[in-house]
Design a protein around this ligand. Structure first.
Ligand code: FES
Length: 120
């Protein structure tokens, strides 16, 4: 069974192969959402962007982002900036399936300084 290590929470969980990252995190008490998003989120439909995480290690062991997830990350104002400089590791937990060991950072910071990279 793959192991998912949540680096902020300093805990690891074992999940079935092909498991959904959001569902497994919530099932094991890992808080994916911040602030009001704990109560107001799209419940895993890939629309709100509030379950974003960084896959710090093991990107090759998770599903590839689909077209809807890529569009959501590009078109959302916060996820757009969160994605700058983190294109390879920013994912929506609700759209990510686990096939092997990986390390996940919940609540990744938004890179507002990415604006400099964007405009320069
Ligand atoms: S829960 Fe809304 S995008 Fe994942």
């Amino acid at each position: 069974m793959p192991t998912v290590k949540f680096v902020n929470e300093k805990r690891s969980i074992e999940v079935p192969e092909g498991a959904n990252l959001r569902k497994e995190a919530l099932k094991h008490g890992v808080e994916l959402y911040s602030g009001v998003h704990r109560y107001a989120n799209c419940r895993g439909f890939g629309q709100c962007g509030s379950c974003r995480v960084h896959i710090e290690k093991g990107q090759e062991n998770v599903s590839r982002p689909g077209i809807l997830e890529r569009l959501r990350l590009l078109l959302g104002p916060i996820t757009f900036f969160a994605r700058l400089g983190n294109e390879d590791k920013l994912r929506l937990a609700c759209r990510t399936r686990i096939y092997g060991d990986c390390e996940v950072q919940t609540h990744p910071p938004v890179n507002w300084h990415g604006e400099e990279k964007f405009w320069n």
